[in-house]
Ligand binder design. Structure first.
Ligand SMILES: Nc1nc2c(ncn2[C@@H]2O[C@H](COP(=O)(O)OP(=O)(O)OP(=O)(O)O)[C@@H](O)[C@H]2O)c(=O)[nH]1
Ligand SMILES: [Mg+2]
Length: 427
């Protein structure tokens, strides 16, 4: 639903700050802004203006003013930006004078971005990328989100859509002219299959979820092996209790961290043994389940007792102790006491993480996108196997509708509401 309200909000961080950026967007943006700032500068050229109270002419602030003419603006509408001084009182007084102007109202969280989407400036994949970018906490998250926000996925989808549209047009035309041979010919079928294969390749790529949630790295081993000491050392704080009593850790402890820019959840677990009481038994059970879902397992124990896992890192713990000088082949010697070997361990973890995470700046699909691309891919395969023209055309229509939902052009109201609620005010 396109509203014609003119909206405004503080788009920079919470005052006090050096600069307070107030953004106004909508059909009345220029008129309203000029009531406060006087005549507006030419588009896209910043100029200093005095901001005055429209009712009393009182000077409120001196600000840099920028004007954009829709549709060539971030929202696709007429936009004005006031770059005021970022003091609390300054920002407040300017916002209150804007609020007093008829037809203007405070923007809701994410509303600027939603308007950018609704005016076609960005598609749904870009808006999702933008939301991720704002939430990114590590370098790798930032790069992945930026690749999407910049329209990387949008361009790829447009290319798929163009191919699909061409196939669909041939099929629909064949129906209109009752020309079965055209659409069921081997070359046409091969084109459907080729597009399906391209989509399949994308579905095999690393997804964005491990990057967003953090990789689960489970530290496990027999009791007293030094697991908690190692987790504390890597975390840089005393998160787990350390004692010389075997069976100290019972509940698992998850520490969110960034290792070489990669988000991880480093998880300390109870030592694996036949437990002595019920709490410990539950802890050991949890440790075993965590091993099953771990992205990477760090094992502090004998190599022969290590669990079976595709990404296992064997640590020769307490390497500083007398009698532990000899390091078995394939193990990384680490001392939580002296810190020796920790750098090598982290390097190995980062290396392994790299194999499950999307490549730097690569476009990684989220679950929603992968589901829809999967639906389009299945429809294309079904189209390629169809023995009747009407079924073939119908499958291609399904594929097209999956792409429409992917870009946000159809049937995604609930996705939109959830997405734009993630944005902060003023974005
Ligand atoms: N010398 C030496 N002692 C260590 C090292 N790491 C841990 N310790 C000692 O070993 C004992 C057990 O350490 P924890 O970190 O609690 O071992 P854990 O594997 O978490 O033990 P549980 O929680 O009982 O399974 C403590 O007394 C630690 O101080 C190390 O690298 N060198
Ligand atoms: Mg412990």
């Amino acid at each position: 639903m396109r509203t014609l309200d003119t909206i405004f909000a503080l788009s920079s961080g919470r005052p006090p700050a050096a600069v307070g950026l107030i953004r106004i967007s909508g059909p009345q943006a220029h008129a309203a802004a000029s009531r406060i700032a006087g005549d507006l500068p030419v588009p896209r050229v910043a100029s200093v203006r005095e901001l005055r109270d429209p009712a009393t002419d009182e000077l409120l602030d001196q600000a840099l003013v920028l004007r954009f003419n829709g549709p060539a603006s971030a929202t696709g509408e007429d936009v004005v930006e006031f770059h005021c001084h970022g003091g609390r009182a300054v920002v407040e007084v300017v916002l209150s004078r804007l609020a007093a102007i008829d037809g203007l109202r405070q923007a809701r969280p994410g509303e600027f971005t939603r308007r950018a989407f609704e005016s076609g400036r960005i598609d749904l994949s870009e808006a999702e990328g933008l939301a991720d970018l704002l939430e990114a906490e590590t370098e790798s998250q930032r790069k992945a989100a930026l690749a999407i926000a910049e329209g990387g996925l949008r361009r790829q989808i447009e290319q798929w859509q163009a191919r699909l549209l061409e196939l669909s047009a041939i099929a629909e035309l064949a129906i209109d002219y009752d020309d079965v041979d055209e659409a069921l010919d081997p070359e046409f079928i091969a084109s459907c299959d080729a597009l399906a294969s391209d989509l399949e390749q994308w579905l095999c790529r690393p997804r964005v979820e491990p990057l967003k949630d953090g990789l689960l790295i489970v530290v496990a081993g027999p009791p007293n092996a030094g697991k908690s000491s190692l987790v504390n050392l890597v975390a840089g704080e005393e998160r787990s209790i350390v004692t010389d009593v075997p069976g100290t850790t019972r509940d698992h402890i998850e520490v969110p961290l960034s290792i070489a820019g990669i988000p991880v959840r480093l998880t300390d677990t109870a030592g694996l043994r036949a437990a002595e009481d019920e709490p410990e038994a539950i802890g050991v059970e949890r440790a075993r389940s965590l091993l099953k879902i771990a992205d990477i397992v760090v094992w502090l124990g004998a190599a022969t007792e290590a669990p079976v896992h595709p990404r296992l890192v064997l640590v020769h713990a307490k390497a500083d102790l007398a009698g532990r000088e000899e390091v078995p082949a394939g193990m990384i010697p680490v001392s939580a006491l002296t810190g020796a070997g920790v750098a090598a361990l982290l390097e190995r973890l980062a290396e392994l993480a790299g194999t499950i995470l999307p490549g730097e700046g690569a476009i990684a699909l989220n679950r929603r996108q992968a589901d829809l691309i999967g639906a389009a891919q299945r429809s294309l395969r079904a189209a390629a196997c169809a023995t009747e023209l009407s079924i073939l055309a119908e499958e291609l229509r399904h594929a097209r509708s999956a792409f429409d939902r992917l870009t946000g052009r159809a049937g995604v109201e609930n996705v939109l509401d959830a997405l734009f609620a993630r944005f902060c005010l003023g974005k």
